[in-house]
Design a protein around this ligand. Structure first.
Ligand SMILES: [Zn+2]
Length: 81
């Protein structure tokens, strides 16, 4: 038997690899941001991204792809969903 290869993606925000595929999804592809983001990052920032370091990483990524930055919410945080 040949085992099914593990499939991982890298979270844009925390740069950690997470399972993505073969019945295990520890994160999501966010089409609007064209990025994979892991579940802990999504859950930790459900009401918006506030960490300047991670916001910079996200904005650099969007700039690279020519995607406009998301509008900050009422708290001045960046929505991920
Ligand atoms: Zn993450």
């Amino acid at each position: 038997m040949v085992g099914t290869p593990e499939h991982f993606e890298t979270c844009l925000l925390c740069q950690r690899d997470f399972h993505f595929g073969h019945n295990r999804y520890d994160g999501r592809w966010i089409e609007r941001l064209r990025a994979y983001i892991c579940t802990p990052c999504l859950q930790g920032n459900w009401d918006g991204l506030a960490n300047p370091e991670k916001i910079k990483r996200l904005f650099d990524h969007l700039d690279e792809l020519g995607i406009p930055h998301p509008e900050p919410n009422a708290k001045g945080w960046i929505p991920l969903g």
